[in-house]
Design a protein around this ligand. Structure first.
Ligand code: SF4
Ligand code: FES
Length: 744
């Protein structure tokens, strides 16, 4: 089939609209309400084009092609129609371009210049609209709104939460929130990009720069394992804002709020700006040479009794160098799983745990079973794929989790279970209630990172793997951090080298911390927030002879127990690469220079490697990583373990910490706007039969520790025999291990 646009012939598909054909062939048609990833409403009339044998111009966004159709986008009739629409849209739009953040990238400004007229017949007063407070992240100037409804459709169709709506008619039409609340979707910032004018603005960027002064630099998200593609916009070596880079395999046209606003924390007052060394009671400024020398001295003294724990937010380059340097120095206890406490699965785990199928193939699945993940909160971009799968393919989505939450896509069925019930879900008929996925269908079982915090993680993994195998389902393992897949591939493990080569070493981070090692090395992790048992790690810091920290931020425990601190630059101040959950290696660039004397982790580690005569460079490491990954072949993610013992349970309550995706790394947990918007509901919840009135004093007994919890109390009916604890990234209360038994 073919049509003609401006007398040129184009091949087209049967259901194409004129605007789709024009966009594919770089023919400009002005538009406001049309967006390629939203439904078509054809309300703004900006895209009117002339079609042969049609009496009036027609909207290109909603007119479907017909064989031999002849379209003209720029003849007199089309231009006249576009000019009239433009005049109409400008009736109420204020002439405040000089003070509008959208100026320079405003679709209305551009289209007005190209298709509008310099004069208007309208002489009356323009209307004004009172602004609404819709939260910390999105700032409004609603007088500028042209009612294109992109923001409304985004909420309904993509984010899955109807937060913004259109009220009134004609002159009185308004965009507002339904119940005068702020936006709560983890995708809310996307309305800023969608708004063609300056009605919905980025609060962090407000009045801080002009768009034409900004430099655009490419990067990769450091906040979840999907690896969204992003552009940072900088001015004078300062990040002004972050926007999505289109990527049809990952984040499409969207970004999660964590990715968009997550750089806010880099300016925290807690940033460590100098190398530090302990003199008597205090950490004092020094230089890199002194601390490097001292570090090597300590390693030589204690290496065989050292343990090193590294964040899985580190780049593949840092990971390779870290383990290479330390193994060379005879440090064998290396790990990245600081939040886990059951490691019996480790020998059977895939060399690269991954999502197993491409995100774009989610649409073709018949059934998805999510185990222990609140997808719309923890992985907002993934939730878009799940919504589409349900909408376009009627995919059934099931959820098994340890606490109750909402998803932005419909769930066929959901169950709330404690860790033992999860483990026994397919064997105990009292618990299981009718899952019987047809093995001839396309099925996926997805294990969320919060499951790895449980004390019977291995048993759960084994049982769900057996079930997945029995129904021919793919098993997806979602990583806890941006580069969890990379940490497995690069050998940040006690039992594997880079590439998955097995070595002797049964220890794991939990056991490592049980030993009284003499030297602890902690890389980009904060003892207060990033360990399965913050009491245990702090006890270990007290007991060890020397503690070496590589950190971007100062915390109480670092201040108290560090002997040497290497000041790390943050991810946006470094270059490197991440292996995402689809096993795609993606490189990111340095966006701004490191603050103070902080240095890129890879540079510090390259310097340390030089001392052992390894003359690596950034390029040679990148090449090495490519070679390592090319040699890895993982056929599936099943983790089947023979003769696995059950974990014995006591009569105590199980404590389950609710995974907090807004606190998954040190920079993110210092983003005040995100915390105020998405993470302001700290609570702990008791089973209904154990509930207490809020006046009662609750003492939480946990092994040798006692906690008095003062945060909001809730009560739940499920899961039984478990207390749920949800605390934000900045909450000062210490509540101990991720999964442990407690008494009240
Ligand atoms: S606020 Fe912006 S995106 Fe929403 S309807 Fe108005 S102009 Fe369109
Ligand atoms: S873009 Fe076609 S009517 Fe709005």
């Amino acid at each position: 089939m073919h049509i003609y646009i401006n007398d040129k012939k184009f091949d087209v598909n049967e259901n194409d609209t004129i605007i789709q054909v024009a966009d594919r062939n770089d023919i400009h048609i002005p538009r406001f309400c049309y967006h390629k990833r939203l439904s078509i409403v054809a309300s703004c009339r900006m895209c009117l084009v002339d079609i042969e044998n049609m009496k009036y111009p027609q909207p290109a966004c909603s007119t479907v092609v017909k064989e031999g159709m002849r379209v003209n986008t720029n003849n007199r009739s089309a231009e006249e129609a576009q000019k009239n629409t433009m005049e109409f849209l400008l009736i109420n739009h204020p002439l405040d371009c000089p003070v509008c953040d959208q100026a320079g990238e405003c679709e209305l400004q551009d289209v007005s210049l190209e298709h509008g007229d310099y004069k208007s017949a309208y002489k009356e007063l323009k209307r004004t609209v009172i602004d609404k407070n819709i939260g910390e992240l999105v700032n409004t100037e609603m007088t500028r709104c042209i009612h294109c409804s992109r923001c409304v459709r985004f909420g309904e169709e993509v984010a899955g939460i109807k937060e913004l709506g259109m009220t009134g008619r004609g002159e009185d039409t308004k965009i507002e929130t339904f119940i005068n609340e702020g936006l709560s979707s983890q995708l809310s910032g996307n309305v800023i990009d969608l708004c063609p004018v300056g009605a919905l603005n980025n609060s962090l960027y407000k009045y801080s720069a002009r768009t034409w002064d900004l430099k655009q630099k490419f990067s990769i998200s450091s906040n979840d394992c999907l690896g969204s593609n992003i552009f940072y916009h900088t001015y004078n070596d300062e990040i002004k804002r972050c926007v999505p880079k289109e990527d049809d395999e990952i984040n499409l046209s969207w970004l999660s709020d964590n990715d968009r606003f997550g750089y806010e924390g880099i300016k925290s007052e807690e940033r460590i700006l100098h190398p530090l060394i302990r003199h008597n009671e205090n950490l004092e400024k020094t230089n890199f040479d002194s601390i490097s020398e001292k570090f090597i001295e300590y390693l030589e003294k204690y290496s065989s009794r050292s343990c090193a724990i590294m964040s899985a937010q580190s780049s593949c380059e840092e990971m390779f160098l870290f383990q290479d340097f330390l193994r060379n120095k005879n440090v064998k206890k290396i790990d990245h799983r600081s939040k886990e406490c059951d490691f019996r699965y480790q020998k059977h785990y895939p060399i690269i745990p991954s999502f197993d199928i491409k995100l774009v193939d989610i649409q073709s699945l018949d059934n998805i079973m999510i185990v222990g993940a609140n997808i719309s909160k923890e992985f907002p971009i993934l939730s878009i794929y799940f919504r589409d799968a349900h909408k376009n393919n009627s995919t059934n989505i099931f959820s098994l989790s340890t606490y109750e939450f909402e998803e932005n896509f419909p769930l066929e069925k959901s169950d709330i279970l404690n860790s033992q019930e999860l483990e026994n879900y397919f064997t105990n008929t009292n618990i299981q209630s009718g899952f019987n996925l047809d093995k001839s269908k396309k099925n996926l079982i997805l294990i969320g990172p919060a499951i790895s915090y449980l004390s019977n993680y291995s048993n759960i993994l084994n049982n769900f793997s057996e079930y997945a195998k029995s129904i021919n389902a793919n098993l997806a393992l979602l990583g806890d951090q941006a580069n969890t897949s990379g940490a497995w591939a690069m050998g940040i493990l006690p039992h594997r080298l880079p590439g998955g080569v097995s070595i002797d070493g049964q220890e794991n981070s939990y056991e490592l911390l049980s030993d009284k090692d003499d030297l602890l090395i902690i890389y980009n992790l904060e003892p207060e927030y990033d360990f399965s048992d913050d009491n245990k790690i702090i006890d270990r810091l007290k007991d060890s002879k020397v503690n070496i920290f590589f950190s971007s931020y100062m915390t109480e425990s670092i201040k108290k127990y560090a002997d040497i601190v290497f000041p790390l630059s943050t991810q946006v101040e470094s270059k490197g690469s991440y292996l995402n959950t689809n096993k795609k290696l993606q490189h990111y660039n340095k966006i701004i220079n490191p603050l103070g004397e902080s240095r890129e982790g890879a540079d510090i580690l390259l310097g340390l490697c030089n001392t052992i005569d390894k003359d690596y460079t950034h390029d040679s490491i990148r090449e090495k990583i490519r070679e390592i990954l090319a040699d890895i072949n993982v056929s599936n993610n099943y983790v089947r373990i023979k003769n696995l013992k059950k974990i014995s349970t006591t009569n105590s309550l199980e404590k389950i910490i609710i995974r907090n995706p807004n606190s998954s790394n040190p920079t993110l947990r210092r983003c005040n706007s995100i915390i105020k918007t998405h993470d302001n509901d700290d609570y702990f919840s008791l089973p209904l039969d154990k509930s207490v009135s809020s006046n009662d004093k609750i003492i939480f007994n946990e092994k040798n520790n006692k906690f008095k919890l003062t945060i909001k109390q809730k009560a739940h009916s499920k899961p039984v025999n478990a207390v749920l604890v949800k605390i934000g990234g900045t909450h000062k209360q210490k509540i101990g291990a991720y999964s442990t038994e407690v008494d009240l």
